[in-house]
Design a protein around this ligand. Structure first.
Ligand code: PHE
Length: 319
């Protein structure tokens, strides 16, 4: 019993044991009532036992109360370095630019489809931006690209297609790549900014066909717009570097068709320009405007918004 009292870990338990022993119906109370029937020696022994138990209860109680006080003191200790009770101004984290976020999403999708990432310079020479892409000298197709010229006969690339050329020059074929990046044209209105962004796709091998193009574009667009599947419409178009050339439209919100990218089978002249035999290899290329993809995905009409740095708008759009 004395051991049991000593080992008790809480005041409540101690009190419970105390009343089970000395309370009205307690075990010891019953024995004490019976004391008159005991002889002197037994009485003395019982008294000693009672005294020892009372001492043990008292000691245990003091010990437990002491510990409880120490715990309470430790909890109440004032930590001068703890500022959690003070007013904390809200912390706002910086984020990547919405376009950078979209570019990362696009990159993750193409990489998962086996396309390798390639980039090229923003300042290009005429050959990579036009010549190698089968734009003849003085051909009106060059006027479709309102070009920024820079000193030394160079220019700001008007599309990401020169990265096709540079990549085939350095890596040869077969090749399966995507090339995101900034592009520049001298135009400016609600949907056109002098700097915009494109992502180019290029897949050249021995048996690559137009249906591979359509299927990959479908997979990409469905994943990008988080749709189960997408309906595409293909219209004939013209680019000097693809033959045949097409414009791909996507069925948007069930009713209208939206132009989403240009594409086609890479023109034999382009392959020849990078030393590839077009009788042996062929494939497709496509080019989409990233700014436009971002506008559609996040639902806004003024492309200039992304460059105004209006944090309220950026937050409202959920970027
Ligand atoms: N470079 C074209 C443009 O900027 C897009 C495109 C890329 C078309 C690849 C066909 C193939 O308009």
């Amino acid at each position: 019993m004395l051991e049991q009292i000593k080992n008790i870990k809480s005041l409540d338990e101690l009190m419970a044991l105390h009343s089970a022993t000395f309370g009205k119906t307690g075990t010891m109370t019953a024995r004490l009532k019976d004391m008159k029937n005991l002889d002197n020696d037994a009485r003395a022994a019982l008294n000693a036992e009672v005294a020892a138990m009372r001492d043990a209860f008292k000691a245990a109680q003091e010990e437990l109360e002491n510990t409880a006080m120490l715990v309470a003191l430790a909890e109440q200790k004032l930590d001068a370095a703890d500022t959690s009770h003070q007013y904390q101004p809200p912390v706002t984290n910086g984020k990547l630019h919405p376009l950078t976020q979209t570019m990362s999403e696009i990159a993750a999708i193409f990489e998962s489809m086996g396309y390798g990432l390639r980039t090229g310079p923003d300042i290009e020479d005429d050959w990579h931006n036009f010549g190698a892409l089968n734009f003849p000298e003085h051909h009106p197709a060059r006027d479709m690209h309102d070009t920024f010229f820079v000193d030394g006969g160079n220019l700001l690339r008007t599309h990401t297609s020169p990265v096709q050329i540079r990549s085939m020059e350095s890596d040869g074929v077969p090749i399966k790549i995507f090339c995101p990046g900034a592009t520049y044209r001298t135009e400016m209105d609600a949907t056109h900014f002098p700097m915009f962004h494109q992502v180019e796709g290029l897949h050249i091998d021995k048996n690559v066909t137009m249906s591979d193009l359509i299927s990959d574009v479908k997979i990409f667009l469905a994943r990008f717009f988080e749709m189960d599947s997408v309906d595409l419409r293909v219209r004939p178009s013209y680019f000097p570097f693809t033959e045949p050339s097409i414009e791909i439209d996507i069925k948007w919100r069930g009713d209208k068709w939206l132009e989403i990218m240009g594409a086609g089978m890479v023109h034999p002249n382009v392959l020849k320009n990078v030393g590839v035999n077009p009788d042996e290899f062929q494939g497709f290329a496509f080019g989409a405007g990233i700014d436009r993809l971002t506008m559609l995905k996040y639902g806004y009409n003024d492309g200039r918004k992304l460059f105004e740095g209006d944090i309220r708008w950026i937050k409202a759009k959920g970027f």
